[in-house]
Write a protein that binds this ligand. Structure first.
Ligand SMILES: [Zn+2]
Length: 479
């Protein structure tokens, strides 16, 4: 029981850390907060605690004694032959123990709870900010405020309860070891027993609280989802209830910049009259490339060979780099993106592919090259969405990424890059035509992975744009 006593405190602490990490890093935590790792951590904690308490096996002996009732009684007692150990034990049992079993777990738990409280309150205030335009602010924020208050009280309460229930046992131990009383009487036994049972009660109440916290946190995201699905039902659009776990599919994080709500995307991607189709596509690709590299630049210090050893997109889809000989090569995400940037920069500055002089024409393979560039840019966006979205949320850059994504996909659909028929491409090389067909097929299936996000953003944009236009009309009527 003594072994388990300390262990339970540390398992509770580990639970707190787990919660805080999953709140701080919604995507990254899914890699680490797994059952197998939980078992390993529990085992490590068990071994450490056993080692720390193993001196008991040496320092205590079981004594058999005959009581007055002629039944043999077995008691556990200090070794009589080692004074040194007894002194060591009394220091260990009091001061070291209180730090080890109470102070350290309490500090860690309180710190983690504080992180959860701050994160939840902050994310809720940003929801209000972003959705304030479309939803009635007062009732929603009141409900959120009430939820925040309950969560804060519960987490603070569980920390304090932990201290109140476990500290008395330790204080009792300190008093006992300092009092020098050798004989243990009934009174002190009873006191110890009561305090010990209080300490054990602590685990039951904290575990219950932990389950409640989890439910609360899950509720928070599911209510947002419910609001979303009720909206989509009104518009007869699909609901996104499957999206709870992906932050970029959660309605509070699927927002775009205010300026995009004001402008007409249709106008933005319209091919101006008299402008060459290829010229129009080229200018868009250049600006998409610039914007994506700027956004990636903001989080590139967090995308390293150790954090992103493989280039992945949503649903853990793996992206291979195809080298000059057509061989698939696995690269880490920063290396892969570096290759993309170098390739696109080199292609953009190639006068035979992107001619700057009026008398030069675009090559016949232009659409194939564009498709490859588009696919690579899409991989870049997918990686940011799949792995680094929570970091963009922290920098409050996610509305920019979403605006860019909405513009990018709308352009792809409008310009027919995904749908165009390769057989019409006028090339002499058969292998080039086959690789172009492969490229289109791949691009189509890859776009599928973020199609839910596109639908969600497009729906929100339509809503915001309709409201902005209505306001503009109203303003022009009153003038
Ligand atoms: Zn990365």
């Amino acid at each position: 029981m003594y072994f388990a006593f300390d262990l339970a405190n540390y398992i509770l602490t580990a639970c707190s850390i787990d919660r805080a990490v999953s709140v701080l890093f919604p995507i990254g935590s899914r890699k680490y907060c797994r059952r197998q790792i939980a078992y390993t951590i529990t085992l490590i904690l068990f071994i450490i605690n056993t080692l720390l308490n193993s001196h008991l096996l040496y320092g205590f002996v079981v004594l058999s004694a005959n009581s007055t009732l002629h039944t043999s009684v077995q008691i556990c007692h200090h070794r009589f032959d080692s004074d040194k150990y007894q002194k060591l034990f009394s220091a260990y049992d009091s001061y070291v123990d209180v730090i080890k079993t109470n102070v350290i777990p309490f500090i860690i738990m309180s710190f983690c709870n504080l992180i959860i409280i701050i994160r939840v309150c902050r994310s809720n205030s940003s929801i209000n900010l972003n959705n304030g335009k479309y939803h009635s602010r007062t009732t929603k924020s009141k409900r959120k405020y009430e939820k925040d208050r309950q969560l804060t009280l519960m987490l603070l309460g569980s920390s304090i309860a932990f201290l109140v229930l476990t500290l008395p046992t330790e204080i009792n131990d300190i008093i006992r070891s300092n009092s020098g009383e050798k004989v243990v009487n009934e009174k002190t036994y009873l006191l110890s027993a009561i305090l010990l049972s209080l300490a054990h009660l602590n685990y039951a109440q904290i575990l219950k609280n932990r389950i409640k916290t989890r439910q609360k946190l899950e509720n928070n995201s599911s209510t947002n989802n419910k609001e979303d699905s009720s909206n989509s039902n009104e518009n007869n659009q699909p609901s996104y209830s499957t999206s709870t776990c992906l932050p970029y599919l959660q309605i509070e994080y699927a927002v775009f910049t205010g300026s995009l709500a004001q402008c007409n995307i249709g106008e933005l991607i319209r091919q101006p009259e008299g402008v060459d189709q290829n010229e129009w596509i080229a200018s868009h690709i250049v600006s998409f490339f610039n914007h994506i590299t700027i956004l990636y630049g903001a989080i590139s210090h967090l995308c390293t060979t150790s954090t992103c050893p493989i280039m992945i997109g949503p649903q853990n889809s793996l992206y291979y780099w195809i080298d000059e000989r057509g061989k698939k090569v696995k690269y880490s995400a920063p290396q892969y993106i570096e290759l993309i940037i170098t390739f696109i920069q080199k292609t953009l500055s190639n006068e035979t592919i992107f001619p700057t002089r009026l008398d030069h024409k675009f090559p016949s393979t232009f659409s194939i090259i564009i498709r490859k560039m588009v696919r690579l840019l899409f991989h870049c966006l997918s990686h940011i969405y799949a792995v680094h979205y929570h970091q963009l949320i922290q920098y409050e850059l996610h509305p920019h990424l979403n605006s860019l994504f909405l513009h990018f996909i709308s352009f792809l659909i409008k310009s027919d890059i995904i749908n165009s028929d390769c057989s019409t491409v006028n090339t002499n090389s058969n292998s080039l035509r086959i690789s172009a067909q492969f490229e289109i097929r791949e691009l189509r299936t890859e776009l599928e992975s973020l199609s839910l996000l596109y639908q969600l953003l497009a729906k929100q944009w339509q809503h915001a744009y309709a409201q902005a236009s209505a306001l503009k009309r109203k303003a022009s009527i009153t003038h």
